[in-house]
Structure formats: structure tokens, C-alpha cells
Design a protein around this ligand. Sequence first.
Ligand SMILES: *Cc1c(COP(=O)(O)O)cnc(C)c1O
Length: 431
Amino acid sequence: MKFKSTRGKSEEVSLTYALQHGLAKDGGLYVPAKFPLFPWRSLDKNMGYADFATQLLEPFFRGGELEDKLHAICYESFSFDLPIVDLDQRSSLLELFHGPTLSFKDFGARFLANALSHIKTDNKLTIMVATSGDTGSAVAAAFHSKSNINVMVLFPKGKISLRQQQQITCWQDNVCAVAVDGTFDDCQVLVKAAFADKWWQEHTHLNTSNSINIGRLLPQTTYYAYVSWQYFLNQCKKANFIVPSGNIGNVCACFWAKEMGLPIGEIIISQNENNVIGQFLQSAQLPHKPSVETLANAMDVGNPSNFERLYFLLGSTQRFKAEVTAFKASDEAIRRTILKVKQDHDLLICPHTATAVYAREFLPSDQHYIIVATAHPAKFEQVIEPIVGEKIPVPQSLQTLLNQQQSNVGIAPTVGAITELYQAYFNLSST
Ligand SMILES: *Cc1c(COP(=O)(O)O)cnc(C)c1O
């Protein structure tokens, strides 16, 4: 399969090329040339997740360099649980946070890291990623032992939780953790600026593992596909999902799975105060406002990259309005929801998941919804513990990372600063 740009002004490329380059030359994002229908009705009911994922993604890998590696990549990447926990008769939580860094981003980051490490190349690859929290830790963990890849993780200084930061700054070796004096949007701008910069173009093969890389989104289709298939087998009904959204990658993957014919009904977007989608549905225009800080900080995105992919898929504002529903949760609503879920169900949820549980209240009570739980609550103890008034037990995998030695370097949000740091950290001359 070939991949094309959402802006239509670049030629179609192979999957390997799209994985290695992230952004298309015309500034657009790569999407599959077409979405094949997935014959889920004829599958063996006992098929496990990694085998299912291999079959789902096979058409995208067909004819490419990684075709015969796909099975191994799926097995290496999807080696953790995918539990569904009933909240009540009409809502369940899909827990996507049982990977090594406890957020759904482990699915995409591990898949991309394993795929890239299977591609033969002479140039040293550099991964540069901007993070509003969870991407950075997932990417750092996924790429840490891939010794032929240099990694720069840029996070907004003082704007992510201490534990999120510790999960980014505990790796060292080939992972350089960078505290940028600015917001998440500044970090994203900086990554784009490095891509456009001559020094970077000449001295390294620069790539990003932000969700603009299609290697992050394709694997995320697999859990929506797998869960909706299992749901249909058990319930003979389509699955409705509520997805906490910021950069719109995770929910775009859900729409892609639906496009492949999987039994998915409604797809609902929940957002925090940065309710870009809600504003678009009202005014048919993107607000282009800077992000504001909220309790659900991994969703503090003012200019979501993957909006472009979702809009491209749906094709027009009219269809976008028909297919997309969005809800906004204020910080106050997030707090109340975390407390209510604790009181009613004796369950702790993260602030991002809380936006989706809150949105559930506004949806028909006679329908069933699967609420996507995007991160483990222990990552956000600073928000949750004061609300529920008790300590959150730390899972062993997280404790191990927190015990590591930490290091990061602070920089101003300029290309010059990031270039200098890269040269110093990876021992390169400045010419
Ligand atoms: C990244 C993230 C989100 C938002 O996902 P997008 O793909 O950016 O929409 C939601 N919750 C958590 C915990 C995250 O880390």
C-alpha cells in the first residue's frame, strides 16, 4: 500500500518512507491511499490480540520492506493486557494503560520504535518529539535500547506532572530530555522548525514520533478494531466509544477502524477547556488559540495536528458535523467526576479519563458506551490525591522508573538552542 499527503501536493510514498519522514513534503500528514475493508466476520473467535493486529494491519504493510516483519513487530509491541472494566450497566472502561509507561501511548510508541528498528538504513536516525506529558515517556521508553537511534524529548518546563517528567528524564544514554521554556505548542513549533532547518537536514536523518507519524496511528486502530469485534461477538451490537482527545490522534484511529468496516457505532470526543473540536462544530472554523493549562494536561493542545487527518477522512465540514460529537469538561467537572467515580464505584480514574466519564452523563442512558481510559491514575497523583483524600498505590513498573537517576537540560524555545544541545549531548562538531 502507498501513503498520500492530506494536502495532496506530495507524491505517494511507501510505508517505510512515511515512517521515516513523519511529515509529508507539502506540510501535510500521511494517510493510507485507501482503507481496505477488514473481513472481521470470518475470523477465528479465539484469535489473540497480536495475531488480530497483524491481520488488520497486513494490507498497509503489503508489498513493503516490513511486510514479513509485521507479525514480529505486533508481538514485540502489544505484549500487555487490554482489560475492560464495567462501570455500570451502560458504561465500561477500556483500560489502555497497562503498558510500560502506563498510558495508551505505549501502543503507538512501541510499534513505531520496533518498526523503525527493523528498517535497514545507513544514516543515523534522530527522533525528536514534543510532548505534553505522556508521549515523551512512552517514546523514551520505547526507543531507549535502540542504540542506533538518537532521541530528543522536548517537554514544556514546569507544565507536566512530576511523575510524567521523571518518566522522561530517567533514561539517559541515547535519550536526551529537554525542558523547553514555553508551552507544549512552543515545543511542537520547535520540532517543526528543526525539520525546516538546514543544519538538521544536512547532519541527521530527523524524524518525529509525535502522532503526526503514521506509525503511531496505525497501531492505535488495532485496539478499537479488536475491542469492537469482541464486543460484537458477545453483544451482537456495534460498540460506541467516548475518547478523551487533545491532539486528536487517538480518536482519529478510532474513525479509521470504523472506516475499515469494524462494528463501531458512535464515536464521541471528550475534551478539556481546550475544546477545539466543540468550537469547530459551532463555527466551522478552528479557533487557533494558544492552549490553556488544565488538570488533564496531556490534552492541553490549542492546535491539534491530527485534526487535519480526521477532516481529510470525513471530507467536508458537513460530514464532520454529522459524524462528530464533542463535549467539554472544565477543571471543576473533572474534579467532580474523579470524586464521584471514587465514591460510586470505588475506582480511581485519571483526569483525562474523567472528561470522558463526564461526557457520558450527557449521552442517552439506554445505550451502552465504552469509555476509553487513557492513563493510569498513579501518573497524576498530584491532581487526584487531594480530590479523593487518599494515596494512590504506585504500580511496580512505575516505581522502578521513579527510582532511576534523573537528568534533563533546560533551553530557550529556539532552533539555535536545540541545535547546540544536540551537538553537545551527542558529541558532534558544530560544522
Ligand atoms: C495523549 C493523551 C490524550 C490525548 O490523546 P490525543 O491522541 O492527543 O488526542 C489523552 N489522555 C492521555 C492520558 C494522553 O496521554
